[in-house]
Design a protein around this ligand. Structure first.
Ligand SMILES: *Cc1c(COP(=O)(O)O)cnc(C)c1O
Length: 370
């Protein structure tokens, strides 16, 4: 990899020598997967770190999401956002569910609760909002709508590890929340994910589903899948968790430095943490609007020419991808907030080893653009 380049993200890795003893234990025990000792330790450690009751670990966030939909028996139509990573809508597709796209709010980039009720039909069984960039959804409003119409709420909290909201982890809301531990996420296990749930029965059900539906050696209680996290990933997660607070703090410092340097530049706006929310600074999205001297794509190219790989995340909208273009709600999104934001968004590099000096280079390019 070219050292001079600055990518939008770079995964954290603890010192290699710290991981060797974990590997030695795995080699000794020969327990490689299937609810092994590291998996159990990692689940307990995450529960206490996050302050939640039950967590079921998965091999990735997408399988966690698909299994969550199965566990709650979701059918028919699911109200969701077009402004997300494609896995959100694809998980619905794989379970033969119909995504119904509803526009987002400009201040958070999350599903707009005011528009949800209009999209509910007799086929609707669930709402699948995303805490985009770790920005909290309007949880109270969404819960009231869900209760009134008897719908389940599953949060795609893939971006939300380390976010505290109203004194709790943001991963603890809704009927179920799913998080991703993919290498590009704030906290990762190479590949990985989890479902956070509120009771032991659901935890058992999720554990069974991710292990082919096995209840015991001879009983298959449900149409399961293989979503198990291996001992390698669980051991790595256990080690990585020791570094999580430091990593989150460094990210918050980077976000603060960006905000200071970008404040007052015409045509550039950024997001501030919501009230009663401690951000995880998982991304640093800015909007490039008509007052900036360059179009968003031109700024993206200019940065790239200087070796800085920003990312148009999320662009294009899910509702514009051929697979989903004909789904309910997609038409209305040809105009609207999600469209505007997808056309203006640019995520700047943010990762723990990004240096202050590099942040200053990035922001001065943006500041001096004519
Ligand atoms: C990363 C991501 C996923 C998928 O997680 P994987 O662990 O990569 O399968 C789902 N939804 C969103 C919003 C994501 O960013």
């Amino acid at each position: 990899m070219d050292k001079a380049r600055i990518y939008v993200t770079k995964p954290d890795l603890p010192p290699l020598e710290k991981f060797i003893p974990y590997l030695e234990k795995i080699w000794e025990s020969r327990i490689l997967t299937n609810n092994g000792p590291y998996l159990q330790l990692f689940e307990q450690a995450l529960c206490s770190y996050l302050g939640v009751q039950h967590i079921s670990l998965f091999s990735n966030g997408t399988l966690a999401l698909m299994t969550a939909l199965e566990a709650l028996n979701i059918s028919g139509e699911v109200i969701t956002t077009p402004y997300t990573f494609v896995a959100t809508a694809q998980s619905l597709y794989w379970r033969h569910l119909t995504p119904v796209f509803v526009d987002i709010e400009p201040d958070s980039c999350n599903l707009d609760p005011k528009l949800i009720e209009d999209a509910i039909t007799p086929e609707t069984t669930a709402i699948l909002p995303v805490h985009t960039y770790g920005h909290p959804c309007k949880i109270g409003a969404i819960a009231r709508i869900a209760e009134k119409h008897g719908l389940s709420v599953i949060y795609d909290a893939a971006h939300a590890f380390g976010v505290r909201f109203q004194g709790r982890t943001l991963l603890d809301f809704g009927d179920l929340s799913i998080v991703s531990f993919h290498a590009t996420k704030v906290f990762h296990t190479f590949e990985g994910g989890a479902v956070i749930c509120h009771d032991a029965g659901m935890k058992q059900h999720l554990d069974d589903l991710k292990n082919f539906g096995f209840r015991d050696e001879v009983t298959i209680e449900a149409p399961g899948i293989n979503g198990k996290m291996s001992e390698f990933n669980a051991a790595f997660g256990l080690l990585q968790l020791q570094y999580a607070d430091r990593a989150l703090q460094r990210r918050r410092d980077i976000a603060a430095r960006y905000r200071n340097a970008l404040r007052g530049i015409r045509g550039i706006t950024f997001f501030s943490p919501a009230e009663d929310c401690t951000e995880n600074a998982s991304y640093f999205p800015v909007l490039v609007d008509g007052d900036f001297p360059l179009e968003r794509d031109d700024l993206y190219q200019l940065l790239k020419q200087r070796g800085i790989y920003a990312r148009r995340y999320f662009f294009p909208l899910i509702s514009d991808i051929p697979l989903f273009r004909t789904m309910p709600g997609a038409e209305k999104l040809r105009t609207g907030t999600a469209r505007r934001i997808a056309d203006q968004i640019l995520c700047l590099p943010i990762y723990t080893s990004l240096e202050d000096r590099e942040i200053d280079i990035i922001t001065s390019i943006i500041r001096t653009t004519r």
